[in-house]
Design a protein around this ligand. Structure first.
Ligand code: CTP
Length: 405
């Protein structure tokens, strides 16, 4: 670890470190020290209760920066408006995060400088919960943690052992060296797709019936847009071939808008040859109306029969053409998840497939969370329990990175 720190892996990073009032607050001092050794500029915010455990002076000396202890103080070293630190942060870290703090964060309260900054920041946030085992295991704390994870917060798993309160169990703050290692590895992979071209498809396709109607599906594009955004943030050149979607184009991403499956196929094939990876999150219509009426279809008495014909399977075609490209498919299923996912993985010649059960209310269409299983070509399976689509996007890209030559 000492060697890693000497390489200054956090050079140029501005980290805002929140300290809340738990006995483990003293360990935050070492976290600050290690972050600084790794090259980061660290700005500490202490809650009122944290100041009962460690003095502001300690953090000021260790961080070499003014320490924020209240919303209204007169700080001389730098101008502290209440969202200045939120804007400045490249990353935020709360060590330790008490049960009370987690509850406030989950509820979106902003009654002190730390919670206000947390609410205002757009930077990735790491939380290191530490508390008595019973408090940690209390269903309300667990609910708050799930809620925070679903919103994209990175939770640093507490360790088990003898706690300060005399109880043995889960709830101990991990060692500072481990906390800092997690931050370093997160930042290291930040630009790990630099120079790679990643093609992402998103949204549902629309197959016209007549000039005013189409056959479509419930896909909103959120999963694909989250992947495109995360890949661009990690340095990739991203082309997003998207069916109609209300979502904004993520910054740094080139969007190619399409409507039908056949348009999507053409756009994807145009971009395929020099792509390093293709991630097909789009919900492509398997069928289209055989005849598209030139004029609006008028109703008549009795039944109406619509004849459909097959659309091309874009991903299957890519599987046939594939050379160096990493191919990732999605399988949204309501039954026999594993069987269908593995079938598609083999048939379409994929590197891996992201399968999710869309019959769950908290996964699949038009929600911000997803829980998925990744079936890899070599037979291994990775379980991703309920998490935000942003976090799942990160996990998918980690695996893409591993598959890249
Ligand atoms: N896919 C595609 N072209 C199609 C249909 C699907 O490229 N015409 C891609 C999707 O983008 C997804 C994967 O194939 O990544 C699996 O899609 P899915 O609709 O779940 O599977 P299908 O092969 O269409 O099988 P089925 O509809 O029978 O479940």
């Amino acid at each position: 670890m000492a060697d890693i720190l000497a390489q200054k892996p956090l050079d140029g990073k501005k980290i805002v470190l929140g300290v809340t009032g738990g006995i483990a607050a003293y360990k935050a001092v070492e976290v600050v020290s290690r972050l600084r050794k790794a090259g980061a500029e660290v700005h500490v915010i202490m809650t009122r209760a944290a100041q009962d455990f460690v003095t502001e002076l300690t953090f000021r000396e260790i961080s070499g920066q003014a320490v924020t202890t209240s919303m209204w103080e007169k700080v001389t070293q730098h101008k502290v408006e209440h969202i200045a630190l939120a804007n400045l942060a490249d990353l935020m870290l709360v060590v330790p995060a008490t049960a009370n703090f987690l509850a406030k964060a989950a509820a979106g309260l902003a009654d002190d400088m730390l919670t206000t900054t947390l609410l205002a920041t757009q930077a990735p946030v790491f939380l290191a919960p530490a508390m008595n085992t019973n408090m940690y295991e209390n269903p309300v704390t667990q609910k708050n943690l799930r809620e925070l994870a679903a919103r994209g917060f990175h939770l640093i798993e507490p360790a088990s052992g003898l706690l300060a309160c005399g109880v043995t169990g889960k709830g101990r703050l991990p060692e500072p060296v481990d906390i800092v290692a997690q931050v370093i590895s997160f930042c290291a992979k930040e630009r790990d797709l630099l120079g790679r071209k990643i093609l992402v498809t998103a949204g549902g396709t629309r197959e016209p019936l007549d000039p005013v109607r189409y056959l479509g599906n419930r896909s909103t594009g959120r999963m694909g847009y989250a992947i495109a955004q995360a890949a661009a943030a990690r340095g990739a050149k991203v082309v997003l071939v998207s069916g109609p979607s209300a979502l904004p184009v993520p910054s740094g991403v080139r969007r190619v808008s399409v409507e039908t499956a056949r348009e999507m196929r053409e756009a994807v094939l145009r971009e395929f040859d020099d792509a390093d990876a293709v991630i097909k999150a789009a919900a492509v219509a398997d069928y289209r109306p055989k005849n598209v009426a030139a004029n609006k279809i008028k109703k008549s008495e009795g039944e109406f029969t619509l004849v459909l014909e097959r659309n091309p399977d874009i991903l299957w075609e890519l599987g046939q053409k594939k050379r160096q490209q990493v191919l990732v498919g999605f399988a949204a299923e309501t039954t026999k998840l594993e069987e269908y996912a593995r079938g598609k993985l083999a048939k379409k010649n994929l590197d891996f497939i992201v399968a999710n059960d869309v019959s769950r209310a908290d996964a699949g269409f038009a929600v911000d969370t997803n829980c998925a299983k990744l079936f890899m070509r070599d037979g291994t399976v990775h379980d991703c329990p309920l998490t935000s689509k942003a976090e799942l996007a990160g996990i998918i890209l980690d695996h893409v990175r591993e598959c890249l030559p």
